[in-house]
Write a protein that binds this ligand. Sequence first.
Ligand code: PEP
Ligand code: MG
Length: 325
Amino acid sequence: RKERYAGLRDKPAVTRDGVGVDLQINAGLLVDLPHLDEAGAQGIGLFRTELQFMIASTMPRANDQQKLYEAVFEAAHGKPVTFRTLDVGGDKVLPYLTKVAEENPALGYRAVRLSLDRPALIRTQLRALMKAAAGRDLRFMVPMIADAYELHAVREIVDLELAHLSRFGYEPPRRLLFGAMLEVPSLLFQLDDIMPHLDFVSVGSNDLFQFFYAVDRGNPRVANRFSDLSSSFLKALKSIADAGKRHDVPVTVCGEMAGRPIAAMALLAIGFRSMSMAPPSLGPVKEMILSLDVEAVRELVEACLSEQDPASDLSPVLARFAKAQ
Ligand code: PEP
Ligand code: MG
């Protein structure tokens, strides 16, 4: 099987009806970087910067952060990398950051909330990212955005750091591409407000699903009660793909569902053309893409989504379709 996928490595991911799909990998540590070429990915769609913080016993110093980001740029040799700013709290605990007990950590003091309250953290990180990027494009995105004002607040911090860079004579990034992770359902109702301020959006379907159905992603007794291929969740996702088209803002899915061939098929059906996934998923997803007729699956899914009685799980329908392909 592994060899079969290796044979696909240099094949472009294009469907039978000629739709090109951008396939990228998720990464977070130096050891992940060789996967970029091995998998034949077009870039790193999600670089989880918090992993460096999670495996350390003390806060990584600015210089160590910068070194890691430089190594990532080197390994990517020109392919795009999307860095996610620190996503700690919730399921991602830093033992050395004073942790206040919370009744609902997933809904608690985490990610961008922490960054805005303790700006030294994100300022140090942004500075390290900008210095590492020097002369190259810097793509970064902010996790757990729940309201447009948070984006504007982060943007102000970014501008402060850019000013700092030029004051001290460092070479700035060639271009700054500013994105948001869409993983809190409140943003579904602010799409037209946030899109004009963003260079790209990345759907964190793991958290979006968790908050959409109010099911703890780490607790299979509740997480498996609902499907991410339900009509309602697919409609939510489709509204994001549609908004991206309306505003001409590129949209990617970087949650785990993008790495399941049947779910990736559904994502293509509702309009996504870019996905980022764990490296071992890239082969199976590409294999699905090469044999797919997107127009046919689009019609199928569209019909399902417009039914009176919404399906709580489209998986069986999609699996049957995949078999018949
Ligand atoms: C997500 O929430 O879908 C995501 C990609 O981020 P993480 O899994 O790291 O929370
Ligand atoms: Mg997330």
